[in-house]
Ligand binder design. Sequence first.
Ligand SMILES: [Zn+2]
Length: 833
Amino acid sequence: MSRVVLNVDSYEGNDTPSAEIARFVVLYGKASTRKHKIWEGDGLLVCFTDSCLLKSEDERDVICRSSALKGLDQLEDGRIINIGSWSVEIQERIATGPPQKPISAQKPEIQSPMPPMTPGNSENVENRKRGGFSSPFLGIELPKPLSKRSATFVPPLIGSESSSSGGSSSSTIQEKIPPFILNEQDILDRKTTSAVTVDTRFARHLRPHQKSGIQFIFDRLRRGSGKNGGGGGAILADDMGLGKSLQTMAATWALLKGSKTAQQLANSCLIIVPSSLVNNWKAEFDKWWRLMRFPAVIALTANDITTYQSTIKLMPYLVISYDLAQRHVEKLKIIRFDVMVCDEGHKLKNLDGKLRKTLLSLEIPRRLILTGTPMQNDFEEFYSLLDFVRPSVFGSIVEFRKMCSDRPEQLNELIDECMLRRTAADVDLKHLPEKHEYILFCAASPIQKHVHSEICDYMTGDALSLIFFARQLANHPKLLLDNLREKTEKSKAHKHSPLLLAFDGAHMPRGGVKESGKLTALVDMIKCFRLLQECTVIVSNYIETLDMIQQLCEYLNFKVLRLDGKTQVPDRQKLVRTFNDHRDPSNIFLLSTKAGGVGLNLIGASRLVLFDSDWNPANDQQAMARIWRDGQVRPCHIYRLITTGTIEEKMLQRQIKKTGLGCVIDAIEVGDTIATFTDEDLKDIFTFTGSATECNTHDLCECPCDGCGMLENEMDEEDDGDDVVENDAEKIDKSGKIDKIDSDDDEEADDEELEADVTDEVVEDSQEPPEATKPAVAAAGLRTIASLAELSRWRHFSPRHADTWHHFMTNAGLSQVDTDVELTFAFYQESQY
Ligand SMILES: [Zn+2]
């Protein structure tokens, strides 16, 4: 990027600047000599005759004042200039607003996430904003002070105006995220120069069938009014689970965005849904818009329709139930909607039905029906849907019937033109749905803390027994107590009887939920999942633990299906079929880690909880793969529960060190795991750190994120400013293996390096230990930070960061009930598909 040096002396003038002469949408970030700039956000550069202001996107904050810019005419898109201590990249010049115009009046133009569409800028404004983020969940827009916000630099995508001066860094990204242009043919035919693209928030996540679905909807709906027969209606009749609402949002959003250009495609969109689905749509919007301004008014009362009228520019969608729409059709008529979407549109199958007539009376030119069952054995019903979206194309019902018998081929052509239907079998499901993995750290209960420290004091040479005790304790102290009592009864002089002394008075477990941190969490989790209408599989290594969970689930009115080592083979398939077929959220599937081996297909569930971890990561991977596998159409959420600061963290660390959690491996040698423990290892394993830390594993990573949820390469690099090159060199020296760290816009490369790093680590364990900041760091078996490098691919969340934590919990599906779970920390990762 070329630079122009402008006169940017610090501005100390008064607060009422002179007339505005130009304004630009910009990206801004701290000035530095870095090749890859760290942009902190989108902003506005407002130029007056005697000064200029760098403002936040919503114009609320003035980031920097400076004296007047010279050479405004030279500020073409892509140019980088310095304003005070800030670097600013010009995105595009926009219309000059009157200087004293109220902020609210400017909002639609300035703050709108729908920037004017021209090739090469709208796409990349959005992209830069998202930076290296890769999913609706990951790209949390943090409501943080500006200095903490960051977005990595992503260069222009298409038709870059600045290609002649463009930096070399742009080429890789151009290939990585190609824009999904919907009106490509028009551009090729030179009908327009403005590209209408699918918003990158969607584009990054679309599967092939969804892309063709979006193109299909867009092509049909853009045509508008159907009075002359060329009308633009469509039926999207995909099977459940293929993403009808996602395709609808992406296509209609493109239509609405297009309205900012001369094309004027649409300004408003009415989405009518069954009452039971209103909240689902709200959640869908929430998911894709996250903390951005919510684009829809969800109508729950007639007043909301009135509200919508006044906010239509900011919130172009109105989501309303069929019932409410019918009752307040007169109010809806006042608003001239451009697009109507009818979810579960087979409700309109009755040709003379009142609902159908009411909706037609709205005279909305573009109509989209979403349905999983377009043809319900009745030709008239099917005609009713076709005629609703494409009036006059299919003639009268009599003509339709005649065409059916006389010219079926012609009819099929017409139907194909306006209806798209794919079944799950049609769609290439080699691409599995998203997989969200969580490691949740649960605070140990007071009894657990107490007994754990007693076990530490009670070190004997019998490591195997002690490890077993510690793991039982982490599941529930009552399990350990019962086990010890049983052993003591069998033989009065049992060598571990003294441990019973740990269970005295106040520390006598009675089997309550609150006595185990993980069990407390589990109860809330399964309640949440039931409310979310999702089925859950719970996995444990121990029969006694499964017994305990079973009792608890039954107490909570779940029906328990259980498969463990005792289950006969013929019964297994029956259990699995019952579970998968019913998909009843009040069913819980309990599975023992060892029995849940290969071949078990539990795709009826989309949530899986690993209540305890195995030493062997392969066993855990096998268990997790029960739900995330071929045939699964819903996003999967997999939760691993860990009691903070206990042996469970050590096991986790060992798993990570051994293989990296993300690796699916068929078999690894772990028979020697316990045998290879040194005394020092054991001491480390039994040291309880839960009172001193919210996550021992995170401490060991020495990760600087502080649990804010951002990846390391996304975090503000305030300190490394101009001397960043030096810092990079330092990193290279330390690791000795990584020869390039600086590629903050190239996640893939980072991942490869990490992988190589982790792999190396298994054989190469001879590096000097890092400075021990915590006693455990120096412990044998955990010698290097690099051995936990796998975790740098995960996001780390601490409840201390309330906003991001709340958002994390919501996305993890854990905010449905009033929770008193004490989670101390969490790791999160989404798999790419
Ligand atoms: Zn971290």
